[in-house]
Write a protein that binds this ligand. Structure first.
Ligand code: NA7
Length: 537
């Protein structure tokens, strides 16, 4: 992971340099803006405050670059210990960060924003909270999380279930004991696949209810050696530069053409990448793996073969066979997921063959039988990317709500602004690289751009900035045209909103992170193309 030879960067490709990012921070410190933040959670951390289910980790090899990069002091104050960072460690990092930069004094925790309204004559937003307060601000920055609104299945009788019931995205802060319990887990996305092996180690029995079998790759998580930690510190500047250049990721992607290799040679490459683990098989096999159906089929079949090798019971292995295009749902990395099905205390129900019909106080009834359980774990994911913005449902120009605005399409400009919603900015909004980029760095760079936009308004005595409808329509087309060149939209996934019944189908992320940030910088340099401004009232 930390071999500097695998880092790759080209100065000319950055929208701005890491040095400039540091300078931006200094400039921001000097902006003298007052910030007031509201958070429903009891502390900082967002996703990492809420998702504390057993086995929760960053869903990629992440140390030491799942981190903010603008401050050397911050880098020096932290040490990552494992290649795939565990939840507790990310949370501790964020808590340390908030403390170091003295942020907590401006954040009001355990507070829901119940209403956010733009006042056109004042060019300001008014916020109302569930604690009965109101606040007024010129700018509203929505950093409401791309994976926050829990998706709860509405099976008949689910609320009659009388045992313990937890959603992975709302895991209790108290210790949950699985000992002696029969646990049912619904969902085999990243959260299910991370938690099932851990739950199985402690529970009496685990019954997994699987709707879609998944391609999961071995994470090969391991502790970082003292030597690696020392080297990552020494090489931090290079590492950081390569993150800026690549999609938020320091690793060099190997660009190979599949047709230059025989099937046997390709197979050997797959074997090697599987052994290396992490997301290597997806990013370092062949450059067209996400666009060429035949090649994708070959890689898919390779992974299916691995699952057959690992899982000893052939009937269970068959139920675990994924059949969508490899890599087009969120890639999953596991620490012994398929191996877990070799345990005596784990069984698998294939909901496509044997669907859930109803719940009783103590069981799940499927077409073919009844499964008694003491605890239900819902690893059923989120109304991703758009759910939290719609939850907030800000009211923009003319009192039009976001729910009305986004009834049919989730239109944004640059994934950071919305036509009809002046002075509103989003971090990780739909149409940004968001969940397809290293999220701390993506947040950092978007925040820089937002700060620069605010500075532009202040310097020019402008009162409001608003994306034009035309720019938003074009951005929407651009995002979807890029996605249509890949196999992503062909698969039902939360990337296209397919996990939420009735959600408009649309690819929700910008596919090329580094180009995206170059684009943000260009828009600013060219005088904020695609935006209308109003003089300050
Ligand atoms: P995901 O990836 O959305 O996974 C949710 C899982 O729950 C997935 O297997 C779903 O099946 C399944 N699901 C959802 N609704 C149902 C119902 N009604 N019945 C049965 N099964 C259901 O969420 P995660 O929390 O695992 O991961 C979210 C992201 O967090 C992850 O990608 C990382 O970025 C971190 P489906 O595949 O939709 O058929």
């Amino acid at each position: 992971t930390l071999n500097p030879d695998s880092w790759n960067y080209h100065r000319q490709d950055w929208s701005y340099t890491p040095e400039e990012a540091g300078a931006n921070w200094q400039k921001k410190v000097q902006m003298n803006l007052n910030v007031r933040a509201f958070d429903s959670a009891g502390g900082v951390g967002g996703t990492w405050w809420y998702n504390r289910y057993p086995g929760a980790r960053v869903d990629a090899p992440s140390s030491p670059f799942y981190a903010y990069t603008f401050s050397q002091e911050l880098v020096d104050s932290w040490e990552w210990r494992e290649t795939q960072t565990p939840q507790a460690s990310v949370l501790a990092y964020l808590e340390n960060f908030a403390e170091q930069f003295d942020l907590n004094k401006d954040i009001q925790f355990e507070t829901w924003v119940t209403d956010a309204r733009y006042n056109e004559s004042e060019q300001r937003w008014t916020i109302t909270t569930d604690t009965g307060e109101t606040a007024s601000a010129q700018f509203l920055i929505c950093a409401v999380g791309a994976l926050f609104v829990a998706n709860k299945p509405d099976y008949p009788g689910i609320d009659d279930f009388a045992g313990e019931c937890y959603h992975t995205g709302r895991w209790p802060h108290e210790t949950v004991s699985f000992a002696g319990k029969r646990v049912g887990v619904i969902g085999t996305g990243s959260s299910g696949i991370q938690s099932i092996p851990e739950i199985a180690k402690a529970a009496e029995h685990v019954t997994v209810f699987q709707r879609t079998p998944q391609y999961s790759l071995p994470a090969r998580n391991r502790a970082l050696s003292e030597e690696e930690l020392a080297r990552s510190r020494e090489d931090w500047e290079d590492l950081r530069k390569s993150m800026f250049h690549r999609g938020g990721w320091p690793h060099k992607t190997i660009r190979r053409n599949a047709s230059d290799y025989t099937p046997q040679q390709r197979h050997e490459i797959y074997e090697q990448l599987w052994d290396e683990g992490g997301i290597n098989l997806a990013i370092n096999s062949f450059s067209t793996v996400l666009t060429d159906k035949d090649l994708n089929d070959e890689v898919s079949e390779f992974v299916r073969g691995k699952i057959r090798e690992i899982v000893q019971d052939p009937a269970t292995a068959e139920k675990l066979m994924p059949d969508y295009y490899f890599g087009t749902k969120r890639l999953i990395l596991d620490n012994g997921y398929f191996e877990t099905y070799n345990r005596d205390n784990v069984s698998l129900v294939d909901l496509r063959q044997d669907p859930i019909e109803s719940f009783t106080a103590s069981s799940v009834k499927t077409t073919e039988g009844e499964h008694p359980i003491d605890m239900l774990v819902l690893a059923t994911g989120f109304d991703a990317v758009t759910g939290s913005m719609l939850n907030l449902n800000p009211k923009g120009r003319g009192g039009v709500s976001l729910k009305e605005k986004w009834a049919e399409r989730f239109e944004t400009y640059l994934g950071a602004t919305i036509a009809g919603f002046p002075n509103l900015f989003m971090i990780h909004g739909p149409g940004s690289p968001g969940v397809l980029y290293t999220m701390p760095l993506g947040g950092e760079r978007t925040a820089d751009w937002i700060a620069e936009s605010i500075r532009h308004l202040r310097d020019n005595d402008l009162g409001a900035i608003e994306a034009t409808e035309e720019a938003a329509v074009n951005w929407d087309k651009e995002i979807n045209a890029a996605a249509d060149q890949t196999l992503y939209p062909k698969t039902d996934s939360w990337y296209v909103g397919a996990n939420i019944p009735g959600k408009p189908r649309q690819f929700l992320a910008h596919l090329r992170g580094s180009q995206y940030f170059e684009r943000l910088a260009e828009v600013a340099q060219d005088g904020y193309v695609g935006f209308d401004f109003e003089a300050s009232k």
